[in-house]
Design a binder for this molecule. Structure first.
Ligand SMILES: [Zn+2]
Length: 338
């Protein structure tokens, strides 16, 4: 088969790779229905996170089970499944505690931008849908694998409750789906921080009530203005830079929470400054597996339409164009069809 491999900065190739097969008895092999490019794929793509050798890319997936190992019992060939970007046994103490993305047996998925994919720990990682989904649900089901699951965790970790005033830092796909997640969790007011018209529009469709275009000190000042000087109850940090992290912390009221899901790059926090903010921080790689059943149900019953974040769809063999479009911020998120 051919799959997506990163060879170096901005050098994405769709090239011959061995077709994945069952390696361990706990594996499944799935036929990928749709996959996509993640904002986090751009870190190695831009050379910010260096790679040592050619790296198979992609960790967001859903599709049909083709084959399972002898120890797999919860999914079977012919079923349509959605899985997390982090594998989990779903039985260890961390999994039982709801933190499957810190599973003692965790592996980070890779190689999903390909027609066939091996999924380790299939029993604890994959969740089947009720049946074969109609084609128009595929983009939304795909978002659950990472981008929606991550936005959902950001809202959860920030402590969004019915009636909360929420601010979302970051207008990438995760931030936009953080808006959708906050809305689903009953937020009363959702302030999306974005300077881009198309993204502002989508944020409003997903439930944003206010838009703040300013950044940094001015952005924080605008959020204080909008909240009568108090700050937001919950802030979702969906970028991962020093500026965005402090912007999130300073936009939060004392006693409020920041859910941070942007993979930090160069973020350093001053302990004493943090101490006097009185802000709770919780974040990390989203335990998507915890949310899979609930999110699959919300998509299946068409209560949410997170697939709207995909504003570019390409055949998988044009994956390099998909990366370029996201790198240049011409696309919010690229859907790829094998
Ligand atoms: Zn585990």
């Amino acid at each position: 088969m051919r799959g997506t491999v990163l060879h170096g900065p901005r050098d994405i190739r769709f090239e011959g790779r061995q077709t994945p097969k069952i390696v361990k008895p706990t594996d499944a092999v799935i036929r990928v229905a749709v996959t996509c490019v993640c904002g986090s794929d751009l870190w190695p793509y831009r050379g910010v996170a260096p790679i040592n050798e050619p790296a198979p890319m992609g960790h967001e997936y859903c599709g049909m089970v083709e084959e399972v190992g002898s120890a797999v019992h919860s999914v079977k060939p012919g079923q349509f499944v959605v899985g997390s970007f982090a594998t989990s046994d779903n039985t260890c103490p961390h999994c039982q505690y709801g933190y499957q993305s810190s599973c003692m047996q965790r592996e980070f998925m890779t190689g999903a931008q390909a027609p066939v994919l091996r999924v380790p720990h299939a029993d604890g990682t994959l969740v089947p849908t009720l049946g074969i989904p109609p084609a128009d649900l595929l983009p939304s089901l795909l978002t659950i694998s990472d981008v929606l699951g991550t936005g959902w965790f950001a809202a959860d970790a920030a402590g969004v409750k019915p009636g909360s005033t929420v601010a979302v830092v970051g207008d990438g796909a995760v931030g936009l789906l953080g808006v959708l997640s906050a809305k689903q969790k009953g937020a009363g007011r959702i302030i999306a921080m974005s300077r881009h018209e198309a993204r502002q529009k989508l944020a409003r469709e997903f439930g944003a009530t206010d838009i703040v275009a300013e950044r940094g000190d001015e952005g924080v000042a605008r959020i204080r203005d909008l909240t009568k000087g108090v700050g937001a109850d919950a802030v979702l940090e969906c970028v991962g830079t020093q500026e965005s992290m402090w912007q999130a912390i300073r936009a939060t009221r004392p006693g409020g929470g920041v859910g941070y899901v942007g993979v930090p790059h160069g973020v350093a926090l001053d302990g004493q400054q943090l101490f006097f903010t009185h802000v709770r921080l919780h974040g990390g790689p989203a335990p998507v597996r915890r949310y899979l059943p609930e999110l699959i149900d919300l998509v299946w019953s068409r209560k949410i339409d997170p697939g709207k974040v995909f504003d570019l769809t390409l055949p998988l063999d044009q994956v390099a164009d998909g990366y370029r479009a996201m790198d240049e911020r011409r696309a919010i998120k690229t859907l790829l069809r094998p």
